[in-house]
Write a protein that binds this ligand. Structure first.
Ligand code: GDP
Ligand code: ZN
Length: 307
């Protein structure tokens, strides 16, 4: 492999029409990207670089660059196709739309399975403050999810509240935002990344559907180093790629107790001397979490039967 001593390490921030746009790791968001081709060797091996990849690359004679190799990935997401994502910011509005705990647990399970660190981000706090709707929701989230160890951020993009704290948490990391449409993801991203100006719902409704379907993923540099993907992740949440026996491992409070269950491979559904069921019984595990676990299990088994 050619190495004329100009090789550096960079991050692929965009991929388009066979080109990879690489930004040097040292230097920050202001550094220009270099338009690169991947070496032929990747095709031969059936590998392809992904946005988010850390790569060794070097300039070529034509003013472009070449990606020589991909550094080992820590994580790999399929939707959106991004490598090395560390944080998944799960955005849920306290109201409009009403917070759905079942959906939150589904997102959390997916994020755990993908090996990312989840952050629960409550949005539109100004609405809760206005007429009190959503106040119970806030309390519920704190009560159920803090003890599990999940981080919770409360924000209002409208009032620029809590967004600074979230921004500080994301510094130096690669993050994706996920959540139902309309919860305020674009508004949050816009307030975290000055000048980003993503279309929010008001505008994209006029443009019709396809806001996120035709676009390519791009990483946006943020203050303090780090990146956010400019497109929401985990839009299609089915448990296709997750095995039935993997689900309980995606609930941290179950995972940490499973060793104390009497039976190996305990499913925490009906077994005697199950540490998870005991914790549920004495109030250490939230009923809604276990209920949703049972629902997801049933859903997965049902899928298996149908395919
Ligand atoms: P996305 O679909 O998740 O990207 O959501 P958008 O950012 O497009 O926001 C959906 C709707 O919620 C828009 O009408 C926004 O103006 C509104 N919205 C977003 N953030 C806030 C907020 O903090 N407070 C209030 N009251 N409305 C918000
Ligand atoms: Zn058990």
């Amino acid at each position: 492999m050619s190495n004329n001593g100009m090789e550096q390490i960079g991050r692929i921030v965009k991929a388009l029409s066979g080109y990879y746009y690489v930004r040097p790791e040292q230097g920050g968001a202001a550094e220009p990207t270099l338009q690169c081709r991947a070496r032929g060797i990747f095709k031969k091996r059936g590998e392809s670089p992904l946005v988010g990849d850390l790569v060794a690359y070097e300039p070529t004679e034509n003013g472009e660059g070449a990606v020589n190799r991909i550094l080992p990935r820590t994580t790999e997401l399929v939707r959106p196709p991004v490598a090395n994502v560390e944080l998944a910011v799960l955005v849920f509005s306290v109201t409009e739309p009403t917070l759905n705990l079942q959906l939150l647990d589904k997102f959390l399970a997916h994020v755990e399975h993908a090996g990312l660190q989840p952050i629960i981000c409550l949005s539109k706090l100004d609405l809760a403050a206005k007429d009190g709707t959503g106040a119970d929701t806030l309390a519920d989230i704190e009560r159920i999810y803090r003890p599990i160890g999940y981080e919770i951020y409360s924000t209002s993009s409208l009032r620029h509240e809590g967004t600074g704290e979230l921004e500080a948490r994301l510094a130096g990391r690669l993050s994706v935002f996920a959540g139902q449409s309309g919860v305020g993801k674009s508004s949050l991203l816009n307030s975290i990344v000055p000048g980003l100006e993503l279309h929010t719902a008001a505008i994209s409704n006029k443009l019709g559907r396809g806001k996120h379907t035709t676009r390519h993923v791009e990483l946006i540099g943020i203050a303090g180093g780090g990146y956010v993907a400019d497109t929401p992740g985990f839009s299609q949440l089915d448990f296709q790629e997750l095995g039935v026996d993997e689900l309980s491992g995606c609930f941290p409070e179950f995972r940490e107790r499973a060793g104390a269950c009497k039976f190996r491979g305990c499913t925490h559904t009906h077994e005697p001397f199950c540490a998870v069921l005991e914790a549920l019984e004495n109030g250490e595990i939230s009923p809604s979490r276990h209920e949703h676990y049972l629902l997801f299990l049933a859903e997965m088994k049902d899928k298996k039967r149908r395919y």
